[in-house]
Ligand binder design. Structure first.
Ligand code: SF4
Length: 88
């Protein structure tokens, strides 16, 4: 059974992600970083699939509780274990 972070921690993670996306939308310079190019998305997913914290049956990260298929698409998002970085 996967052990995701507490619900409160997941809510806080979501709030942080939402804030990053909102700030990016508000700033023209970062807007283009919202959706990563396909090759970066594939690279991130590949790293996640090899990660011990990846839960294949739910396509989620046990470390942050995020859905990997969404997290890896967002340029301003980064891996909580620093296995891949946010675009800057
Ligand atoms: S986001 Fe990071 S910690 Fe989570 S599954 Fe992907 S590589 Fe692992």
């Amino acid at each position: 059974m996967p052990e995701y972070p507490s619900l409160q921690k997941q809510v806080n993670n979501f709030k942080t992600s939402f804030a990053h996306v909102t700030l990016s939308l508000a700033n023209k310079k970062y807007r283009k970083l919202l959706k990563v190019p396909k090759h970066i998305f594939k690279e991130r997913i590949s790293i996640c699939k090899d990660c011990e914290r990846y839960v294949e049956e739910h396509h989620r990260c046990e470390e942050c509780g995020c859905f990997v298929g969404i997290k890896a698409r967002v340029g301003v998002e980064g891996c909580p274990l620093k296995k891949w970085s946010a675009l800057t």
